[in-house]
Design a protein around this ligand. Structure first.
Ligand code: NA7
Length: 538
């Protein structure tokens, strides 16, 4: 059979955590004929592309991995609490090799479009290498944060130095030695990169649009006794993270911050601060995301820490977040971030006090009417989150409808896993699913397993098409919004709220609760148990 007429049971787009497990599951458990397309030259997804200095995971590594290969859970040794990008990529390479996944993955191949053929009930998929293939099922495993947000700064094309976006960093690395460097952005990526770049560069200027609340990562080697105890208890750990709110072993303090005495609160805050990582964000007082008053107490603690760490009070003041509640933007984990602003070779240019970026010039950046000269500019400006990677696939559903048309006022999905009018399309960690609010592998495994079981059930019952009902979808959209509207999340100009991309309709992108990814798993399982309630099966 020629390439142009190849038929598959399933096409999977992307070979990161999601795509690798999807392939394993459909091919080796269900026995399907599967083809994966991957734009990168190897597996890894996020961990293939994001190679900026300091890139590492923000979830503890012992749970930032696949839990379905139990032997590997025992065998694999992570070198530190939050391993760096090359180590995570090595891990995913190892998984691919161990399960012989690469033979079904076409690398250096980007899916450029796909349309649902209503007469044949299959997807016709096209790639930038000229392949045209068909598949009954199309699975987008394209990641939530994979479409780069490169703002259209005036004059960028005139810049004579070098510039890079963190999510498309050169594989050969960048030598910052003796260079005048700018970093634009202060999100989770920049917070990882800035301390590393500052150590190398002759001079670093950070352009901040919105100050962030950063908490210490406390990275380092994990005590071997703790690692051993975790390995002995992996079944328990896996069960707990699957049932948990955020896919982590973090649990809210079942009390209002306002009920605790000032001393008690300070003790709890110190404890979370000292333990590092997401504890301060995800294991704080239970009303932190709901009550502005409770939130202010948490925010105030971090503000005091910033003032105590940053020596120049004027710089500290610029680094103090203003105008939004703590935790409503993605929590960056800090390793010497605030300390870096005490260095003589580091300058902070804050949009509110010093003036926003006006343009890029031949020699650098003009902000607030002032010219700052640079040899290298690093844009840590984030992503067109969640909807961006799906829209980029140029999918056409029934009647040739596109996601652009369908999602004019924000995403409309059923469970974040399927879209009405797009039969047999599944979106792994798609918009309106817990996804980015969780430890990603937990959300990924839940979706992959649910999709595999769904396809298996369809095959056993002789069904060939599944499609979300518009009414079920709109009910889900309303539910997603209703839940988030009870929280403080909607008040921030975050990428969760689609606010980082000019013109993107303001909508909350993931799904927050009410019982997190654990509760969501139950919902999905109940829907499956009720013969896929809310879906039409034909
Ligand atoms: P983020 O969190 O979206 O951060 C991007 C940063 O870039 C943020 O500080 C933005 O300011 C800033 N930004 C974006 N556009 C501009 C323009 N036009 N001018 C100036 N500054 C700008 O992306 P990250 O890569 O740090 O993190 C993304 C996720 O990856 C992270 O949350 C983890 O889940 C992994 P803003 O705050 O929007 O004012």
């Amino acid at each position: 059979m020629s390439n142009s007429t190849q038929n598959f049971d399933a096409i999977v787009i992307g070979a990161g955590f999601s795509g690798l497990y999807m392939l394993k599951s459909l091919r080796d458990r269900l026995g399907l004929k599967v083809r994966v397309y991957e734009a990168g030259e190897t597996v890894g997804g996020t961990w293939y592309w994001n190679r900026y200095p300091g890139a590492r995971c923000d979830s503890d590594a012992y749970i930032y991995c696949f839990t379905w290969d139990k032997q590997m859970l025992q065998e694999w040794e992570w070198s530190e609490r939050y391993p760096e990008q090359p180590e995570i990529l090595r891990y995913l390479e190892h998984v691919a090799k161990r399960h012989d996944l690469k033979r079904d993955i076409k690398f250096n191949t980007r899916v450029t479009g796909a349309e649902f053929d209503e007469s044949a009930n299959l997807w016709r998929v096209h790639t930038d290498t000229g392949e045209d293939v068909t598949a009954q099922y199309l699975i987008a495993a394209v990641g939530s944060l994979s479409t780069t947000n490169m703002p259209q700064f005036k004059g960028l094309e005139t810049f004579k130095g070098k510039w890079y976006h963190t999510s498309r960093f050169p594989h050969t690395g960048v030598d910052f030695t003796a260079k005048r460097v700018a970093v634009v952005g202060t999100g989770a990526t920049a917070v990882q990169a800035i301390p590393e770049i500052a150590q190398q560069a002759k001079h670093l200027t950070v352009f901040q649009r919105t100050a962030n609340y950063c908490v210490p990562a406390r990275n380092g080697k994990v005590d071997p006794e703790i690692s051993q105890a975790r390995k002995a208890d992996y079944d328990g750990i896996v069960q707990r993270i699957r049932d948990s709110f955020f896919g982590q072993e973090h649990y809210f303090i079942p009390k209002s911050a306002l009920e605790a005495t000032a001393e008690e609160r300070e003790r709890e805050f110190d404890r979370m601060w000292d333990s590092g990582g997401f504890a301060f964000w995800l294991a704080n007082y239970q009303d932190m995301f709901f009550s502005q008053e409770a939130n202010d107490l948490c925010a105030d603690y971090i503000k005091r820490k910033i003032r105590a760490t940053v020596k120049d009070p004027a710089v500290a003041e610029k680094l103090i977040p203003k105008g939004y509640a703590y935790g409503t933007k993605r929590q960056p984990l800090d390793t010497n971030y605030y300390e870096t602003f005490n260095k003589d070779n580091v300058l902070l240019v804050d949009a509110a006090t010093d003036g926003a970026i006006e343009e890029i010039t031949e020699t650098g950046i003009r902000a607030g009417g002032k010219d700052y000269p640079f040899d290298i500019i690093v844009f840590a400006t984030g992503f067109d989150a969640m909807t961006g990677p799906l829209k980029a696939l140029n999918l056409k559903g029934r009647g040739g409808r596109t996601l652009d048309e369908q999602w004019r006022d924000g995403p409309h999905t059923y469970l974040g896993i399927s879209v009405a009018g797009f039969p047999n399309l599944f979106t792994i960690t798609g918009p309106q699913s817990p996804s980015v609010l969780t430890n990603m592998p937990v959300a990924i495994e839940q979706h992959v397993e649910w999709v595999s079981e769904c396809i298996d059930a369809m095959r056993k019952s002789g069904k060939s098409v599944i499609e979300a009902m518009p009414e079920a979808q709109e009910k889900w959209v309303a539910h997603v919004n209703e839940v988030v509207n009870m929280t403080l999340m909607t008040g921030a100009n975050s990428w969760y709220m689609s606010a980082n991309i000019p013109g993107k309709p303001r909508a909350f992108l993931p799904y927050l609760g009410p019982a997190g990814v654990g509760g969501y798993r139950k919902t999905c399982d109940e829907i499956a148990a009720k013969d896929y309630e809310g879906f039409v099966l034909a």
